[in-house]
Design a protein around this ligand. Structure first.
Ligand SMILES: [Zn+2]
Length: 217
């Protein structure tokens, strides 16, 4: 393979989709984990740690499986024309497991997704899968929230979309400022969810009015 081929650098907005970058081999990835174990101060050759690099690499494959799937394709596949149904559709308390891109430690919480269809609906499990595809990447909660809402808006073209995520960040609870019990709430409202306070109120009331504001303070 000719490695001297120069590709254009991704712009800021393209950096979430890095699936085109060549990936290191599994043994290169395992060697990197070995280095981190030594960096932490332990001996990667001792009994208990011998299989750890392999396990960590396999866990990474699972934690970050979202890079291998295209979210728009996932939603686009199954939409149906349903002009008869024009009420709000809400999927709430979707279990969310992601990893913060600053420390690669877990972000755990729940997502609520709602939209007001304009002819197209998707199976409810597809909304949960959409959340998962974006969550299984390295993320910040604000971007995750926007990506879910924007994809629904682009693919289904509904009257409006609302996404609210409530999550705890282990980089805050177990290191650094150590604030256990703090939950960050982020939201993204589009279309009628943004413009019509009645629609927004209905959505927020269905999902149980999470406290906090969109800046997560
Ligand atoms: Zn973090």
């Amino acid at each position: 393979m000719d490695t001297s081929v120069v590709e254009s650098q991704p712009t800021e907005s393209e950096t979430t989709n890095t699936s085109m970058r060549p990936r290191p081999t599994q043994s290169e990835a395992e060697a990197a984990v070995r280095t981190l174990i030594e960096w932490a101060g332990d001996n990667p050759d001792r009994e208990g740690l011998r299989g750890t690099p392999g396990r960590v690499v396999r866990a990474y494959r699972e934690f970050f499986s979202g890079y291998d799937e295209d979210p728009a394709t996932l939603l686009g596949k199954t939409f149906e024309e349903t002009s008869a149904y024009d009420e709000m559709i809400v999927l709430r308390d979707i279990r969310l497991e992601s990893h913060c891109e600053h420390h690669i430690v877990p972000i755990l919480g729940k997502a609520h997704v709602g939209y007001l269809p304009a002819g197209r609906v998707v199976g409810i499990s597809k909304l949960a899968r959409l959340v998962e595809v974006f969550a299984k990447r390295m993320q910040i909660q604000e971007a995750l929230t926007s990506q879910i809402a924007d994809t629904i808006q682009e693919v289904l073209k509904p009257h409006g979309v609302g996404v609210v995520i409530e999550a705890a960040h282990q980089c805050m609870t177990t290191r650094g400022v150590r604030k256990p019990g703090v939950t960050m709430v982020t939201s993204r409202m589009l279309g009628s969810f943004r413009n019509d306070s009645g629609t927004r109120r209905e959505f927020l009331s269905i999902i149980g009015n999470p406290r906090g504001d969109s800046n997560g303070v």
